[in-house]
Design a binder for this molecule. Structure first.
Ligand code: GLU
Length: 448
């Protein structure tokens, strides 16, 4: 459809003019726009309503100063962000990322992807994201606490259980959510529903910690099953060693696969006998140490500096769970050379546009993050339900719901791709399925 293509191109070039330096955001928008053309034949009203230009413009961006005092008594200043991207489907929902790389472009790309991911869960949540360029690495608990208190002192005026519900992301786990919640409560009184990913004693949900990693593996398993394959006896590489990677490793082993390598931002460990998840958990979650320490207790493992996707060792399944753009064209080619048949993303946008093209040309299974890693935010929405009901469900109950949600997302993504005549293209399937729901919801609410 000529008109649709022109509309898509014009929308993108206007955005490039407005935000030429926001490379990550432009990349996320480009990937989305490249795949949604088939939608406009069935929905010409999306052009009349100028849905694309409306959906790529955040409803609101909040940027603020976060001053705090370090252990030496020096005053430090970081930058805080919250992007309230789209509330067509419900209150803004999405994590907070604390990492030195954080800037407006990164928070906007994450918030933009969150809209479609949250829509795919089928739960009533809009899209948002936030964070700071604060680096929690090497900081004392007291420093992290003072930073979180200062961050929340400003953020609290912009969020609420029916308005905007932050959670964790890179650099924000149970410890940070606990401190953030404590400060929110001190200012506004107790409202457990204002944050998710809370520690259990503060009203958190069982299985929230595991949800992103488990959900990723449930999704991948469905995708493999559809081709008559499974995790059984497969070798798997999982990048990262944070919350997503950890529980992906655990679940892959439960399903009969072997994770032979994982990483952190300095390097990776390789052990063909299989990575011991409990050691990684102890090192990263409890001791907050580098992954290189793993070899001191596991002499069969080898530690190397550099990018994990450079590994030359036969394996079949790649689960990138570290960060954006960790896989480029050459690394994707290397994956294929090692025999990879499926890539499923636990991180947000870990494959750049050229890497995705390599997967496509090779004809392997590829599940983008906004579908494959939706389990985390889905269980966050279940945490909100439990908080509203003042109940807590059992681990098994939440895990069963998570399994059903991931299966439903897989089916919807697969069937949407087929319906729009791009069978097997899960990028298009996820973008189209997520987008159509939000677009229809926006139109039903008028021009707002
Ligand atoms: N940060 C996670 C994500 O990328 C979870 C967000 C949430 O639980 O709200 O989806």
């Amino acid at each position: 459809m000529e008109e649709a293509r022109k509309y898509i191109e014009e929308t993108y070039s206007k955005l490039v003019k407005k935000d030429p330096d926001q490379t990550e955001f432009l990349q996320a928008v480009k990937e989305f726009l490249n795949s949604i053309e088939p939608v406009f034949t069935a929905h010409p009203e999306f052009i009349e309503q100028n849905i694309l230009e409306r959906i790529i413009e955040p409803e609101r961006i909040i940027q603020f100063r976060v001053p705090w005092t370090d252990d030496q008594g020096r005053v430090q200043v970081n930058r805080g962000f919250r992007v309230q991207f789209n509330s067509a489907n419900g209150p803004y929902k999405g994590g907070l990322r604390f990492h030195p790389s954080v800037n407006q472009s990164i928070i906007k790309f994450l918030g933009f992807e969150q809209i479609f991911k949250n829509s795919l869960t089928g739960l009533p949540i809009g899209g948002g994201k936030g964070g700071s360029d604060f680096d929690p690495k090497e900081k004392s608990d007291a420093e992290v606490m003072r930073f979180c208190q200062s961050f929340m002192t400003e953020l609290q005026r912009h969020i609420g259980p029916d308005l905007d519900i932050p959670a964790g992301d890179i650099g924000v786990g149970g410890r940070e959510i606990g401190y953030l919640y404590g400060q929110y409560k001190r200012i506004n009184g107790s409202q457990a529903g204002v944050l998710t990913g809370k520690p259990l004693m503060l009203g958190g949900s069982l299985a929230r910690t595991e949800a992103t990693g488990y959900g990723l593996v449930y999704f991948t398993d469905k995708m493999l099953q559809n081709e008559g394959k499974s995790f059984e006896n497969k070798k798997v590489i999982v990048s990262g060693s944070g919350n997503v990677a950890l529980y992906a490793i655990q679940k892959v082993h439960e399903l009969g696969g072997t994770v032979i390598a994982c990483s952190d931002s300095n390097g990776y460990i390789l052990d063909p006998a299989g990575i011991d998840y409990t050691t990684v958990k102890q090192l990263k979650e409890v001791e907050r140490k580098r992954i290189s320490e793993y070899v001191t207790t596991h002499p069969t493992a080898i530690y190397s500096e550099g990018n994990i996707w450079d590994i030359e060792e036969a394996y079949q399944i790649a689960l990138p769970c570290a960060t954006q753009n960790e896989v480029n064209k050459d690394l994707a080619k290397n994956m294929i050379a090692q025999g990879v048949i499926a890539v499923a993303e636990g991180a947000n946008m870990p494959s750049d546009l050229e890497a995705i093209e390599v997967y496509r040309q090779a004809g392997i299974l590829y599940a983008p993050g906004k579908a494959a890693n939706a389990g985390g935010v889905a269980v966050s929405a279940l945490e909100m339900s439990q908080n509203s009901q003042r109940l807590s469900w059992s681990f098994e109950e939440v895990d069963e719901k998570l399994t059903d949600i991931m299966e439903a997302i897989y089916t919807e993504v697969r069937d949407t791709a087929k319906l729009y005549q791009v069978e097997g293209d899960f990028v298009a399937g996820a973008n189209i399925a997520g987008f159509v729901k939000v677009a229809l919801s926006m139109i039903s609410q008028g021009i707002v």
